[in-house]
Write a protein that binds this ligand. Sequence first.
Ligand SMILES: *Cc1c(COP(=O)(O)O)cnc(C)c1O
Length: 243
Amino acid sequence: MPERSFEEMKAAQAVLESRIVAACNKCGRARERVLLIWVSKFHPMESVEKALSLGAVDFGENRVQEAVLKFSVKRPGVRCHIIGPVQSNKLRPAATVADAIHSIDDLKSVGKLERICSEFGKHLDILFEVNTSEEASKSGVSMEDAESFLLSLPETEFVRYRGLMTIGKNTGVAEDSRKGFAFLRNLRDKMKARGGAFSDFSELSMGMTGDLEVAIEEGATMIRVGTALFGERDYSRPVNDPV
Ligand SMILES: *Cc1c(COP(=O)(O)O)cnc(C)c1O
């Protein structure tokens, strides 16, 4: 699959933007309240460069190594979001390259990230992933355990608890994701109301190419979009493909 040209990506951005605006209008939300994360995973650096020329500032990667290769050289104003599960031995490079990690689902990682970030005095935004799809294969805390898990979190100084993330049901029917998204919003509201360590617990990272309208209607503050912007991914591309 060839990568999209600049013109193709520009056209795709316009189509996506009209989808986002229409969804915001439908539920009376301001477009500015929905952050678009350009999910560039499995796409080469030349596609990231095209996105940057189109004004993209937030990028999502699900593999730490790929994020490091693409985003270690910091560009002013550009943010890297890690959106995939991070193994314990990759937390250090993840914390170093990322501005936010969306996919934390265990206590141990929180402690480790706090220690790592304290070393360089870096503030790192983290979101907790909840498995709302009820598929055992997916990562994330179960819906049942999510609240007690959040209540068990320690007070931190460098790691900031910013909100929740989920992946909708991948059925091909966007509406199937709605219940999970609504669950996430209710849990976010409940936690934020507690204040303290949760006073900045505002973010809802949910919605992808197939279900972003439903996510926006249910209150998404961040949508993670890959295919609609960059086209299909070539999963055979090695992570260290010179890009
Ligand atoms: C790949 C990925 C996306 C983007 O999915 P698209 O359907 O291509 O928009 C969003 N979130 C996560 C966690 C992903 O891994």
